[in-house]
Design a protein around this ligand. Structure first.
Ligand code: GBE
Length: 479
C-alpha cells in the first residue's frame, strides 16, 4: 500500500479518467416505455429468493428518470468519459432487430446528447448481461444463432448512435456470462456444467468478431470509433515464486481465466494450454468430444485482431499452486487444476471475493503487455465494495493504491495504459448480492423513493486526481 508516495506522480498527457455503470444495475423502469423482458427481469420476478434480500432492479437508482442528475455528477467530477450500457430490450423488446422500440432509441439519444453537451464522451457497452428473454428461450448464449441476433442489434446501435459514440465495448465480462449457464451464478441461472460454460463463451467470441467486422465493413470509415470487449478476471500469481511448478500453474490459471477470451482476439484461437488440458480431461472422462468447442479456419481469421484497445476489468488477485482443490469453488475453472489461496496480510472488503492486492494489477498490466504485444489498455472497471458509508476511506485507499500500481506499470514497465474507469459512479444493484454491497463514489439511499444522490469522500478524492492528473500525497484521503 503506497501510504507515502515518494514523489509527485503525473499521469501521461491525455490519460482518460471515467466511471462506469450498467443498465440493469442503475436504470430501473424495467417495464416502461415499451421495454421488453430480459433474463434478469425474469429471474428476479420468478425467483426472488435467489437474490440477497429478494432485491431486484425494478427501480434500482431510477437512472432512467434521473439520468440528468447522473450526468451532472459525472460533469462535476471532470470526467473525460462515462461508461454505461444499453439495455438490449429497450432497443428491441424481443431482441429481434426488425422490431425496434422508438422510445428506447430516444432515451439513449437523450443520455448521449446530455453527456456530449457536458463535454463527456460516452463509452458504450452493448451487452452487460441483460439478454432478451425471448433469445434466452431460444437457448441463449449456448445457441450459436444468438451471435447473429447480437450483430443485428449492434447494427441498430451503430446506425442510431455511432455518429456520436466513438468508444464501444461489445460485451462486458464474457466469462461471467458463462457462469450463468454453468453453475447458476447469474441469470439465466442454469447448471449446464462446462459444456454450457464453454459454449456460451464460444458464441460470445463469435458475436464479438461479427460486430467488429460489421463496424469495419459498414461504419468505421465514417464514424471513426474504437471497439473492444471488456475482459475480466482475477490475476493469479505463484504462491511460491521459486517453484517452477507454481509459476507454470499461475500461467495456466491466467490463460484459462483471461487468455480464454483474449487469446482468440489477439492471436486467433484458444490458448494452446487450454486446448490441451480440456481436451485431455474430456478424453479421460470418456467423452466423445471436447467440451471446449473448435473454431473453423475462417472463424480464426475473423477473430484475430478484433480489439482496437485492451479493455480490462480487474478487482482482485489470488495465489495459486498446482493441484485439484478438494473443496472446489466453481468460480475457478476445475479443468485448469489449480488451488487458490490468499496472503493473510491482504485486506478483505465487505465482499469476501474482493481482496485488496494492488501489486496484482501492476503485474497483470505487465502480463498483458508481454502477452499481447503491448496493446493500448483502458481499465474499464476497478473499484471497491463497502456498506455505502459516506466517509469511505477504504475506497479511497483502494483507488489510490490501484492508480499507483497503474502509474508504476506505465512509468517503470512502459505499459501503454491510456485510461482508468472507476466502478462505479453510483451505488447500485449488485446482481445476486442485491443491495448488500456498494461500489459507488456516490451514495444512494435505496429505501428513499427519491433515490437521493450524495457524493462520498471518495468522490472528492477521485475528482482531485481527475482534475489534476496527479496522484500524490497532497491528494489527501480526507480532503
Ligand atoms: C463486475 O463484475 C461487473 O462488470 C459489474 O457489473 C459488477 O457490479 C462489478 O464488477 C462489481 O462486482 O472467490 O468465489 O468469491 C467470485 C465482477 C469472483 C464480477 C468474479 C466476483 C466476478 C464478481 C470469486 N467473482 N466478479 S469467489
Amino acid at each position: 500500500m503506497p501510504k507515502n508516495l515518494k514523489s509527485s506522480n503525473k499521469f501521461p498527457d491525455g490519460f482518460m479518467f471515467g466511471t462506469s455503470t450498467a443498465a440493469y444495475q442503475i436504470e430501473g423502469a424495467w417495464n416502461e416505455d415499451g421495454k421488453g423482458e430480459n433474463i434478469w427481469d425474469k429471474m428476479v420476478h420468478t425467483h426472488p429468493e435467489l437474490i440477497k434480500d429478494s432485491a431486484n432492479g425494478d427501480v434500482a437508482c431510477d437512472s432512467y428518470h434521473k439520468y440528468k442528475e447522473d450526468v451532472a455528477l459525472a460533469k462535476a467530477l471532470n470526467l473525460k468519459f462515462y461508461r454505461f450500457s444499453i439495455s438490449w430490450t429497450r432497443i428491441t423488446p424481443t431482441g429481434e432487430a426488425h422490431k425496434i422500440n422508438p422510445k428506447g432509441i430516444e432515451y439513449y439519444n437523450r443520455l448521449i446528447d446530455e453527456l456530449l453537451a457536458n463535454n463527456i464522451e460516452p463509452l458504450v457497452t452493448m451487452y452487460h448481461w441483460d439478454l432478451p428473454q425471448y433469445l434466452q428461450d431460444l437457448g441463449g448464449w449456448v445457441n450459436p444463432i444468438i451471435a447473429d441476433y447480437f450483430k443485428e442489434y449492434a447494427k441498430v446501435l451503430f446506425s442510431n448512435f455511432g455518429d456520436r459514440v466513438k468508444w464501444w465495448i461489445t460485451i462486458n465480462e464474457p466469462m461471467e456470462t458463462c457462469k450463468g449457464y454453468s453453475f447458476c451464478n447469474y441469470a439465466p441461472y442454469l447448471n449446464l456444467s462446462n459444456t454450457g460454460y464453454y459454449r456460451a463463451g464460444h458464441t460470445q467470441l463469435l458475436a464479438h468478431s461479427k460486430v467488429y467486422h460489421l463496424y469495419n465493413d459498414m461504419f468505421r470509415e465514417k464514424q471513426k470509433g474504437k471497439i473492444s470487449i471488456s475482459i475480466n478476471g482475477m490475476f493469479f500469481i505463484p504462491k511460491n515464486v521459486d517453484s517452477e511448478k507454481d509459476i507454470e500453474t499461475a500461467e495456466r490459471a491466467n490463460q484459462f481465466e483471461r487468455g480464454w477470451f483474449s487469446h482468440p482476439i489477439y492471436k486467433g484461437d484458444y490458448p494452446p494450454v487450454m486446448r490441451e488440458w480440456v481436451d485431455r480431461k474430456c478424453k479421460s472422462e470418456g467423452r466423445p468430444w471436447s467440451t471446449l468447442p473448435t473454431f473453423s479456419e475462417e472463424e480464426i481469421k475473423l477473430l484475430k485482431g478484433t480489439a482496437d484497445f485492451y479493455a480490462l476489468n480487474h478487482y482482485s488477485t489470488r495465489f495459486v499452486t498446482n493441484g485439484i482443490d478438494p473443496n472446489p469453488n466453481p468460480n475457478y475453472n476445475p479443468d485448469a487444476e489449480y488451488i487458490i489461496s490468499v496472503d493473510k496480510s491482504w485486506p478483505v472488503s465487505i465482499a469476501p471475493w474482493l481482496i485488496v492486492v494492488p501489486e496484482g494489477l501492476h503485474k497483470l498490466l505487465v502480463w498483458i503487455k508481454n502477452e499481447y504485444n503491448n496493446p493500448p489498455i483502458i481499465i474499464t472497471e476497478n473499484g471497491y465494495a463497502d456498506d455505502g458509508r459516506l466517509n469511505d476511506l477504504e475506497r479511497i485507499d483502494y483507488i489510490k493504491s490501484h492508480l499507483y500500481a497503474t502509474l508504476q506499470a506505465i512509468n517503470d514497465d512502459k505499459c501503454n495504459v491510456i485510461g482508468y474507469t472507476c466502478w462505479s459512479l453510483l451505488d447500485n444493484f449488485e446482481w445476486m448480492d442485491g443491495y448488500r454491497y456498494h461500489f459507488g463514489l456516490v451514495n444512494i439511499d435505496f429505501n428513499n423513493p427519491q433515490r437521493p444522490r450524495v457524493p462520498k469522500a471518495s468522490y472528492q478524492f477521485f475528482k482531485a486526481i481527475v482534475t489534476t492528473g496527479i496522484l500524490n500525497d497532497s491528494v489527501s484521503p480526507t480532503s
